[in-house]
Every structure is written in C-alpha cells, then in structure tokens.
Design a protein around this ligand. Sequence first.
Ligand code: GLU
Length: 451
Amino acid sequence: MNDDVIATVEQSATPAGAPADLDKSPRVSSRAPKDGAAEMTNFEIVSHYFDLAADSLDMEPDLRSVFRSAYREVQVQIPVRCLDGKIHVFSGYRVQHNGARGPYKGGVRYHEEVDLDEVRALAALMTWKTAIAQIPFGGAKGGINCPAGQLSSDELQRITRSFIDKIEKVLGPTRDIPAPDMNTNAQVMAWMMDEYGKLHGHTPAIVTGKPISLGGSLGREEATGRGIVYMFREAARSLALRPEETRVVVQGFGNVGSWAARLFCQLGCKLVGASDVDGAIQSPIGIDPEMLLAHIRAGGKLPEYSGPGVEAITAEELLQLDCEVLVPAALGGTIHAGNADSIRARLIIEGANSPTTPTADEILNQKGTFVVPDVIANAGGVVVSYFEWVQNLQHFRWGEREVNEKLGVILRRAYREVGARALRDQLPLRVAAYALGIERVLEAAKDRGYV
Ligand code: GLU
C-alpha cells in the first residue's frame, strides 16, 4: 500500500467559467467561530464534544488518545491547468479517522477554505455518526481546497480525476468509500467511480451518491433533507409542535437545505426564511421553496427572489427570525457566542456538520433551546449511502419507498436511543449521542483486539 503523504504548495485559483452541473453552494458565513472559543479550530471543537462524552463514560486518558487522532491522513498535490491557461496547484485530503466498525465512509467537499484541520474534524464526526446510526462503517472525510463555484465543469472533472488517481490505493469498496458533501454532487461521484474503474474494473460500490444511471440509490439526493424532517417529527412530539403551526428558517439553501425546506412544506410547515451564499430573505406569509428553487435554477440570486411578503435581510437577521425551527445547513461555526442568545427558534436541527460552537451550545442549553445535533440530524445522507452500497454489492435496486421507510426506521431508532441515554445520564442530546457512538466504536475496537 502506498501511504505516501505528498507535501503540497497551496495556491488560490480563480479561473473563469461557471459550473454547469455543480450543486449550488450553500456557503453563508465564515467557518471561524466568533466567540470565546474563537481560537478553537474545527478539530478542537469536535474534540471538546468528544471529551464531554468521554467524561460521561469515565474513559481513561490513554484510550481517549486513540480516538483523538486519525488512523491515516493523506494529503496530495493536485496541479491542474485551468481555463486561464495557467497551472493551479490545489491540495487534496483524505482523512480516515477510525475503521473499527467497518470500511471508512464519508464525503468529499470542495471549498477554497478546506484544510487538514477541517477534514480531520469532519472525519471524526463521521466515525460517531455511523456508530450512532448503527451502520457498519468507520469514519472518513475528504476535501480539496478549490474554489468550486468558480470552476468550469471541465476543470472540476480534471481535479476530481487527479485526486482519485492519487488516493486510489487507500480507497476501495471494503476499504474507504467516498460520497458527496459540500459542493460535490452525483456528477462528481460519477467521475470518481469512472476513474477508479479505469484502474480496478467497474466498481460501483467505490462511491455513493452516484447518478441513478450508474448505480445510485433512489432517494439518496434528498436523504439528508428527509432525515432532518424525520428528526423534526420526533422532536416535535416532545415540544408539542404541530406542523401547521411551525415556521421554519433554513440557513443554507443548497442540496440539504432546499430538500429539507421542500419536505417541511409538504408536511404543512411554513418556510419563513432562507439564505445562501448570495444573501438571505424572509416572508412572514411563507416562501414557496419550489418557486425559490426554480428561480435559482434559472440563474437568479436568492436575495432577488420576489414572492408574497418576501424581503431581503442580512445573514445575521435570518438567524434571529421569529420561528419555531431553525435548520443551519451551511458551513460549520454559524451559531456562535455572538448570536446564540438572539436565536428565537425553539428547535434547532443541525443539517450542517458542526454548525454550533461549544460556547453557543452552552448558551442554547441554558436557554432551553432544543438542539438535535449534527451526528443524528444529518445522518440521513450516510444512511442512504449505506443502502446504496448494499444495493451495489447485491447488484439489485430497491424501490424509493423501501429506501425511505428503512431510512425512517434507522433514524427513529437512533433518535430514541440518544434520547434514552440523555435521560438516563442527564446529558444534552449531543453529548449523549457522542457517548453512544464512542461506546460502540470502543466495543468493536476491543473485540478486534486493537485496544
Ligand atoms: N457528506 C455526508 C455527511 O457528512 C454524507 C457522507 C456519506 O454519504 O458517506 O454525512
């Protein structure tokens, strides 16, 4: 196995040409937490939550150190000649955090600010997420620090193929299975599968989130958004919230946010605010998410959308809107000490990974805001990825209804189990969720004789 870590030269690139087929980025705010925890990096934030859960499990320090660092971190150089005629050098990362429970699993994000610390944090989150959902995977994450929104489809294809060529030795359908994440989509997965196939033969189970034509699963594209709505249905019971009385704000109207918005509205809720990288809007009457999506797909900017009662607001005003449910579905660190207190939502369902800083989390806990943490709230994506992988190994396609039903069973079980642990040990849901995940990974690691 070639485990070489190749040093890279980082360089930004801004070639012209809009991508034809890339998922609209839901980037909204800076990832840097703007609070007392300002100096905490993404990985430190995840490690902080890990420690709170490890404390609740009385875990010894030497055992903790096994999970504090990743099993393997690969960094590769991706030099690509872009449309401006120049060679741009990007950095690609794949971090495999823990594989005790099965092959490494996790998405690949394309974003100019991606760095090793972020990918490392997101890989650890995947380890806990797959364990909490009880799907037989470990945790991994990948990323390339490219300005995805400014690249052409052709440039993205070259970057993607070059990345796979360089990390293929650590991938495999029983080794590590990438998937979409921020700014990557079914098309990017198709290129990954094709590139891997050139070296290893046709291997659909090497990535998930593929187009349906190449072995993708029905229901995968909307799975994360659907999972968020399943979580709402569970939490709404505890909060006595009825859909027809529920106003929802979605921060980050990308794949996850726009699907969540559509499915919330199908349930009878009202979308009263939405935002993306271009700005934010609100309407007390309600925003039609289908119309908003059509406007964006036709090339319009989100803040320029006009509908009944719609007005443009700032990204910070969006978070303070009067509503029952807030879904952060963009970058990490959106909810921080500087804005947590002004959030009026009773329920926050974390569609994004790591949207809440530790200080903000404490403020929200003290205020009594009900937070469904990322590790269960957005697990719908990886759960249907698991179904896709199973279908690929079976060479058999399941119906969409079957996919959605099985997704509901897994997510409801995860929610119930996390809720029961929170109640038993008097912990916030996030810490209870991590504790359950850690316990399961530890058990598998012990059974293998790793620890
Ligand atoms: N990127 C998604 C996540 O953060 C999905 C990962 C997957 O399907 O493997 O959970």
